[in-house]
Ligand binder design. Structure first.
Ligand code: LLP
Length: 424
């Protein structure tokens, strides 16, 4: 049988005219579990992780999966078993990691608005590090830790003022961003942290943005971070680990982001050149570990040809796939049963009552009602940002492992949705 791989999607291939994820025929899953349906390939996640692991071979490094990209318990389990730590941003994230068997001391806690309650539960669990994002947060964290008789391990998130050259909503390391502490205030913040009795300085971190497709922003950031480490240590404050954040982009539509392994070889060469190569390193990748491991399957409900637009209405919507509406993001859309006669172009849209509810514009497809489509690159920031808008239940999720398909989340029912509400 003819195998045809999809560019940038190593786990996806047409066998004959049927699309498979690993050894599972996707149309079978759609029939068995219904649509919309998210399907993730475990092999694709692990091979993305191996890219980083190869690049770091022989180094002292902790890879902390940024679970906001895809916080499904089973996905966390896959990464925990592979030795990963986790970058969390809420008490909810913390509970998920612990429930899925992640190790507390490999957790780092990012975010500009940690509450006292979240700090307490993270201290109680014994997480590895708080990535602190403001001077005010240093004071509160010290206070909370002291009240528990503890010293909180901290790293300060530096805002290096580097342009990651990505979408403005996902740029985080520029001067005007709410994230991190401005480069010029970092040294004095470390001096304050070192003086606070409830804190223990362990590292330094940064994160400049997401879906980064060039290597220069990373290389610039490394230099700026190392300059800071030198001046902080010259002030007598040792920095044990250096965390470079996440942000490496993926191929959605022909982008060619640097390969994780090659990028890290280059970054490590810079560290070595400045004698920082033996430090403990950390990174926080999210999208690049899971984005292209996932697809969202959807059924064509109606064709609505017209002038000037032809609409193809599917059963997935902006509540399942919010990235096009939020960032004008591009996701490839392909049929589960390939056809060759795609003569018309369609705007692929969902049932939600908003003009912003679109999944793809101007796509050549030959679909009929009842046909199945796959929206690609749907492993990151899709299900994690899904909502119940229009009282739509969130989709089911499947994790494929070779020929096996594990249901890892059942479809949300309307009873689930109403269960926390109270009538007058
Ligand atoms: N570390 C921190 C502190 C972060 O804020 C993020 C992502 C990451 C790591 C992981 O970045 P990644 O490797 O996934 O690029 N919803 C947007 C992306 C938001 C990213 C937020 N922060 C999207 O769908 O494009």
């Amino acid at each position: 049988m003819m195998h045809q791989n999809l560019p940038g999607q190593p786990h996806l291939a047409y066998r004959g005219n049927e699309l498979f994820s690993e050894d599972v025929r996707l149309s079978d899953l759609a029939k068995q579990f219904g649509t919309p349906l998210f399907v993730y390939s475990k092999a694709a996640m692990l091979s993305a992780l191996q890219g980083y692991q190869r690049g770091f071979a022989g180094r002292h490094v902790q890879i902390c999966y940024a679970m906001k990209a895809n916080p499904a318990l089973a996905v966390i389990q896959v990464f925990a078993r592979a030795g990963c730590g986790f970058d969390i941003v809420s008490g909810g994230d913390l509970a998920r990691v612990l429930a899925a068997g992640g190790e507390a001391d490999k957790i780092i806690f990012s975010g500009v608005g940690k509450t006292r309650a979240e700090m307490r539960s993270a201290l109680d669990a014994g997480i590895g590090c708080f990535n602190v994002e403001s001077e005010a947060e240093l004071e509160v964290l010290s206070d909370v830790a002291l009240s528990m008789g503890l010293r909180a391990p901290v790293s300060i998130r530096v805002n290096p003022n580097v342009d990651p050259k990505t979408h403005p909503y996902i740029s985080t390391g520029l001067k005007n961003s709410k994230f991190g502490i401005a480069h010029e205030r970092v040294l004095s913040s470390y001096q304050r942290a070192a003086a606070l009795a409830g804190l223990r300085v362990v590292g330094i971190d940064c994160h400049i943005g997401s879906q980064i497709t060039q290597e220069e922003p990373y290389l610039d950031t490394v230099d700026r971070m190392l300059d800071l480490v030198q001046s902080i240590e010259a002030a007598g404050i040792p920095i044990r680990h250096i965390d470079f954040g996440g942000g490496l982009g993926i191929n959605y539509n022909g982008e060619t982001p640097p390969d994780a392994c090659q990028l890290w070889e280059k970054l490590l060469a810079r560290l070595d050149a400045r004698s920082f190569g033996d430090r403990q390193l950390m990174i926080e990748p999210g999208r690049s570990l899971v984005g292209n491991a996932g697809v969202c399957l959807t059924e064509v409900l109606y064709l609505k040809p017209g002038t000037p637009k032809n609409f193809l209405i599917v059963d997935a919507a902006m509540n399942d796939l919010p990235r096009p509406a939020m960032y004008q993001a591009f996701h490839q859309i392909v049929p589960l049963q390939s056809r060759t006669d795609a003569s018309k172009h369609w705007d692929v849209v969902g049932p939600v009552c908003e003009s912003g509810d679109w999944i793809g514009h101007d796509r050549a497809l030959a679909s009929q009602p009842g046909d199945l489509l796959a929206v690609l690159s749907a492993g990151a920031y899709c299900m994690s940002m899904a909502s119940n808008y229009n009282s739509r239940g969130r989709a089911s999720e499947i994790l494929v492992e070779g020929e096996q398909a594990h249901l890892i989340r059942r479809r949300e029912t309307i009873a689930d949705q109403m269960s926390s509400e109270i009538l007058l």
